[in-house]
Design a protein around this ligand. Sequence first.
Ligand code: FMN
Ligand code: SF4
Length: 469
Amino acid sequence: MATFEPVLSRNWNVPDARTLKVYESRGGYQAARKALTTMDPDAVVAVVKDSELRGRGGAGFPCGLKWTFLPKGRTETLMCVNGDESEPATFNNRYLMELDPHMFLEGILISCFATRAATAYVYLRYEYINAYKILETAIAEARAAGHLGKNVYGTGFDLDVWLHRGAGAYICGEETGLIESLEGKRAWPRIKPPFFPAVDGAFHKPTVVNNIETLCCVPHVIERGADWFKSIGVPKSYGPKLYTVSGHVEKQVCVELPMGVTTRELIDVHGGGVWKGRKAKAAVPGGISMGLLTADEFDVPLDFESIRKTGCLGLGTAAVTVLDDQTSIVDYLHNTCRFFSHESCGQCTPCREGTNWFDRTIRRFKRGGGRIEDLDVMLHMAENMGIIPGTTICGLADGAAWPIKNAIAKFRGELEDYIKTHQTPGAGPTKLQRDIIAGQVVDLAAIRNAVPAPPPPAAALHSPGRPPA
Ligand SMILES: Cc1cc2nc3c(=O)[nH]c(=O)nc-3n(C[C@H](O)[C@H](O)[C@H](O)COP(=O)(O)O)c2cc1C
Ligand code: SF4
């Protein structure tokens, strides 16, 4: 392969690269001019389709193919750009927005032209206040210079870009949850079918939902062509990719590399090695919902296909988080389970109840009340929740299940040792919980009708040291 030339991050170290002047002086908006003034929208879609650019938001769905799902003869299209970026340890979208906002806007402009969308909403996670301010300035600059607004480059194409800040929930990143939230509602994912965004999306109009990094690849595909894009990476996973490395490494970085780099290279070369001279025990390959790689699996390429062979859910956001050899897998599961239990939107019973039950079970492990058979029950539950077994509306439940499946499959010995060596009398499950876990018939009516315990005396209701109100 020829020497790799970064394109997504090419302006990151250039002074004032955020400004339109500097961006244009480095060839910025030339790809947009080329697309809008010399190509028709279908030709742009065709090039993106030929490039086999796959979505960078997590699922890896082919971008150009997604655009072809929009109904022919539609009168209006909306573009929703997914900037929720709530997957733990993921920060590549933030870098793109904060360090090169005009490249991002150029990606939106070309993609909206290709899909005939005259309105783009950028859905930003609430915490990204810097990105919000930077984008606000960049949009104003682009509008004043005629890259956005009415009749862009005199082609008759109009485009408005609106920033929309979320309220800080992981589920707002799921595309239909995002659409609900954009409409001002609670971010409850919609059932697909019938609500496929391409046909019935935001405000019930045909809608494209794409990730920020996906759209940032588009200007480069138009500028350099589909063959250039496919000359980078590995089969079925083409192009440049931003990987983030964090956790127990010497340097936390976001680095652009050809798709298919290994975890080992990311840790040793780009992350400066495992911190404090320790060894790695495991790594999360692409956000916690993807599962876990053992240190023996660090040479597997991080691309859309290879990573699945390790039993992980997928490449996800390519956010690698390293766990050193002193990290307890129980602590890893504790963090993971409480995250998903907190973030489940609650619509689907397996996800709402399952994530909460996982969380409570791991807390019981930590209190000293774990039982070896809990691991099999957890595995059974994890195998039966999510879109893949077909029991939930969205993929959050799969993301909650995968870390458990992987941890038990890959670190069962450590988990069993933990349970055996952390036993506290009385900390195990109650008889009722044991009966439920064992699948016994439980007389719920008897429990409900049981005489409630008398209320505590009034003084006990106040915390010690605080006088009664
Ligand atoms: C629970 C959940 C959270 C998600 N969060 C994000 C997110 O923060 N950003 C993102 O781009 N995609 C996220 N996705 C994926 C989106 O649903 C969607 O597939 C993606 O935005 C499509 O863009 P792409 O095709 O360009 O990758 C999430 C999916 C799920 C199930
Ligand atoms: S899977 Fe979980 S997060 Fe997704 S819709 Fe169902 S309850 Fe909500």
